[in-house]
Design a protein around this ligand. Sequence first.
Ligand SMILES: [Zn+2]
Length: 443
Amino acid sequence: MEFLTKLDRWMPADIGAELHRFAAELYPICRSITGDGIRRTLALIGNRIPLDTANVPTGTPVFDWTVPKEWNIRDGYIKLAGSTRRSVDFQQSNLHVMNYSSPVHKTLPLSELRPHLFTVPEHPGQIPYRTSYYKEDWGFCLSHNQLLALEDGDYEVCIASTLENGYLTYGECHLPGRSNNEVLISCHVCHPSLANDNLSGIAVATFLAQLLTQGDHYYSYRFLFIPGTIGAITWLAQNREAATRIRHGLVLTCLGDKGGFHYKKSRRGDAEIDRVAQHVLSHCGETGEILEFSPYGYDERQYCSPGFNLPVGCLMRSVWGSFPEYHTSADNLDFIRPLSLAESLRVCAIIVDILEQNRRYCNRNPYCEPQLGRRNLYRSAGSEAVGTEISARLWVLNFSDGDHTLLDIAERAGLPFAVIREAAELLRQNGLLSVIPENGRET
Ligand SMILES: [Zn+2]
């Protein structure tokens, strides 16, 4: 388990705290699907891993969509006319202005302002997160308590934003491996100050890329840091050739809360990544639930659109929309935990490790069982009994027929991949197995 050994060496005990610190560094930035917030975010990611940024001009057609105008914001507030005190202040929370609001500065009575105000009455202390990307509009989000505190009267509203021709920016970290076949890791970078839905995925993806830069690997890895939906559509529209090289893929999101893991399968449902994720979640020691594919959710929707049908699943802890903090100010830095982030990174690393190590072997002694006792392979940990290690050796010998991969054998034996892999390596060292070369995979 060369890769995982490296992980243990590289992963200090406080890796969770480091992941959390990185999320905290990104937290204050007001991100959106375009604009300076994304560029500042990509700059901070680029301090840690090799990152190329692409700027796609407004108006560029991308399949059925068009790259929108670029949005930037400096300030926003609501205050009672004539007052100096802001009732709602963008400087206090960037969630207060509806994301992509067009600029506005006027005075109007509360009754006319009211349709532009959004709250979550069932959680009166939380500020909701709202967007209006594809319809020019403006609005404010505030806690229901703040709304109730607004007295009747005229209000000055100001949103100092710009909505102009510019660029859609995304980041790409490409780590070449021995093979041109690629593993895609994708996360969205378009939410403002929201920790679990956005920053947890960014932090885990960044650290996973950092880990992969530590050594060589079979697959090439492509990490995408993109605005949700339009970013994935834009990347796919402009990288159709690269998309054909994707053999496995994961969308990472909501990986920092205290909930158990959820893996949403690719549209194919039986892709290797689906099986690997399922295997890892069943052996990782935490609860893990497998969800069937559905055409809503995160960017797996685009990767799994029928024209591409890429083997891309989605790994998360709590499922979007299922927790009360989702898309509100309560999805903050206290909602994500260092321990959860660290364990999420570990699960991602194990998934990558299995993809790297999953190969086929050939039994060089297929006529009846080879005599393991003579080779000192029929005992484990001082015991003659058929323990897990011996059982793994027998499974590997029996199914190393050139057809079954190590994952096939692990699934069939109900044993962790690591145990099967270790058995195969031991048997190979003893001359009982040989690796079947597959696209240079024997190395
Ligand atoms: Zn979201």
